[in-house]
Design a protein around this ligand. Structure first.
Ligand code: ADP
Ligand code: MG
Length: 264
């Protein structure tokens, strides 16, 4: 039988140096499903995405499965080649490499589409500039999104795509993130995007601190990451409403209950 999950984490632990940041996560993402992870600052959200992507500096145990295949020990470029993409919370500036050339190294599609998306994201002039050098917070996030649109991965990790972005640009980033994920058009979306629409719904893991992006992205499942563990599985929008009302305080109670349950 074909594996219904595109991506699975099994008892996934991550250490940075001596410190254990993630303490046994289990997560399953179906084909075409977008999961959201909420969590307080420093709870390990960025560590999770970076470790799953295979970046150095993390010691991991447990298993990462993609299309049912164990990728836990594969190098980062192999994971990208298999169809996993990431937009960073704080991507580095790369002196001497033009954005157009960086995109060309991973793009699946032709130059026309690059110019089209660059125009839609107001990044035409930026294609000839060194990657992220002197870019504003919002320009960096739009450049990350442009790279993913051209790379067109099957599984997409998004680390706070709206952080540092002003309200006007959040709409643009949100709409194109929804488009990247192949989700249905939302009423406020730019109708000219229909011509660029993808056939396939992508899978994603979206990290958001503020939750603003959920006004634009049709996400399917929400989780909370706290104390190195994932708990909760609920509608992301309802979860966000509760968090806005009660903060993460309420989550501590559930986490304590879960921990007691595990100990017993
Ligand atoms: N390279 C590192 N060296 C030391 N500590 C780190 C490193 N990366 C992350 N951490 C620590 O791991 C914890 C989780 O960080 P992070 O994953 O960035 O959290 P979040 O993205 O949820 O805000 C924090 O306490 C952070 O200081
Ligand atoms: Mg982070």
């Amino acid at each position: 039988m074909k594996n219904e999950y595109l991506f699975e984490l099994k008892d996934f632990h991550v250490w940075v140096g001596e410190k254990e940041i993630l303490k046994g996560l289990n997560l399953r993402i179906k084909q075409g499903s977008v999961h959201v992870i909420f969590g307080p600052n420093g709870s390990g959200k960025t560590t999770l995405l970076n470790a799953v992507m295979g970046f150095s500096g993390y010691r991991v145990t447990g298993q990462i499965l993609f299309h049912g295949k164990d990728i836990t020990r594969l190098p980062v470029n192999e994971r990208a080649r298999l169809g996993i993409g990431i937009s960073f919370q704080r991507p580095p500036a790369i002196h001497g490499v033009k954005l157009r050339h960086l995109i060309a190294t991973s793009a699946k599609t032709n130059g026309r589409l690059l110019d089209e998306y660059a125009r839609k994201l107001n990044l035409v002039d930026f294609l000839e500039r060194d990657v992220n050098v002197g870019f504003s917070g919002g320009e960096i996030k739009r450049a990350e999104l442009l790279q993913l649109l051209l790379q067109d991965p099957d599984l997409i990790f998004l680390d706070e795509p709206e952080s540092g972005v002003d309200l006007e640009n959040i709409a643009l980033i949100g709409e194109y993130t929804n488009h990247l994920l192949g989700k249905k058009l939302r009423p406020q979306e730019d109708k000219t995007m229909k011509e660029l629409r993808r056939e396939v719904s992508k899978s994603g893991l979206l990290i958001t601190h503020t939750g603003h992006i959920l006004n634009y992205v049709n996400a399917d499942v929400g989780h909370i990451l706290m104390g190195g563990r994932i708990a909760c599985e609920a509608n992301p929008q309802e979860m966000l409403n509760t968090l806005q009302e009660c903060g993460f305080q309420e989550c501590y109670r559930c986490f304590r209950k879960e921990e007691d349950h595990v100990k017993r």
